[in-house]
Design a protein around this ligand. Structure first.
Ligand code: OAD
Length: 245
């Protein structure tokens, strides 16, 4: 593993307000594929617009529901990894701490994180495709057809699809926390999907230190103050241990 820059540890230690931004890369070591990896990524078999849009669900509800069923199955068999647990340990160190995630798996909460903003929703919730309200529906693994709401319309996963707005309350809390933070740690995101990708930019404009953890170069690498190349499951626990020691 690459040596952790002393300045990064010092800044993480001295900050009082910290924002974490996570993407699919934080869950790779839990066995959940990313989206854009050329060989194993979730978008390799489908174009996103074939499965992750409201129009696709309207035309092919079973295909879209089936794809989310496939993802639920993967997530159901996955457990939080060392990075998720380390981030949960970090939360109480700061006066203000906010974990903003683009992931829909619920693994951060499963690891014990409390102040989590899920910008792209949660795959374990369903909502009515007509009325928009969250419906308490007991999902069972293997259910390949979309269930129906009491109103007769299909239920859909409570996730954000392409072309849809993000949940306003979560997004505005994420912007507020980012504008106030002294350090933003971006972990395992390619930084290509807006508006989540604008958070590290906003942090930089607000003169916070931007630190990236990612094995690959991303659009965030271009302006981050520090990039630590490596796997989240190795780097993040080491960083957190150093901060808490
Ligand atoms: P991507 O698949 O675009 O990017 C995943 C990132 O994780 C890449 O930059 C990888 O280099 C990195 N990575 C891979 N293995 C890693 C590891 N072990 N540790 C750390 N990083 C690792 O996923 P996101 O950036 O999360 O949105 O994608 C953002 C959004 O695009 C998703 O939330 C999803 C998708 O469209 C919706 O579905 C609305």
């Amino acid at each position: 593993m690459e040596r952790l820059p002393v300045e990064v540890i010092r800044s993480l230690k001295s900050a009082r307000r910290c924002v974490i931004l996570t993407g699919a890369g934080v869950s790779v070591e839990s066995g959940i594929p990313t989206f854009r990896d050329a060989e194993t990524g979730l978008w390799t078999d489908f174009k996103p617009e074939d499965v992750a849009t409201p129009e696709a669900f309207e035309r092919y509800p079973e295909r879209v529901w089936g794809w989310y069923e496939h993802r639920r199955r993967i997530i159901a068999g996955a457990a939080p990894n060392a990075a998720h647990y380390a981030l949960a340990r970090l939360e109480d160190y700061y006066e203000e701490f906010c974990l903003v995630t683009q992931n829909i798996s619920g693994l951060h909460r499963a690891a014990g994180s409390r102040n989590v903003l899920e910008l792209h929703g949660n795959i374990w919730r369903t909502r009515c495709s007509r009325e928009g309200k969250i419906v308490d529906y007991r999902l069972t693994i293997g259910e390949v057809k979309p269930p129906r709401c009491a109103c007769g319309a299909y239920l859909r996963p409570d996730v954000v699809w392409f072309g849809e707005p993000l949940p306003q309350e979560e997004l505005s809390q994420a912007y507020d926390a980012t504008a106030r933070c002294q350090v933003l740690l971006s972990i395992g995101t390619s930084g290509v999907v807006q508006p989540s990708a604008s958070l590290p930019v906003l942090a930089r404009q607000a003169e916070a230190l931007v630190i990236e953890v990612n094995p690959e170069t991303t659009s965030i690498s271009a302006f981050a103050d520090y990039t630590i190349r490596g796997k989240a499951g190795e780097i993040v626990p080491a960083l957190v241990d150093a901060v808490l020691s």
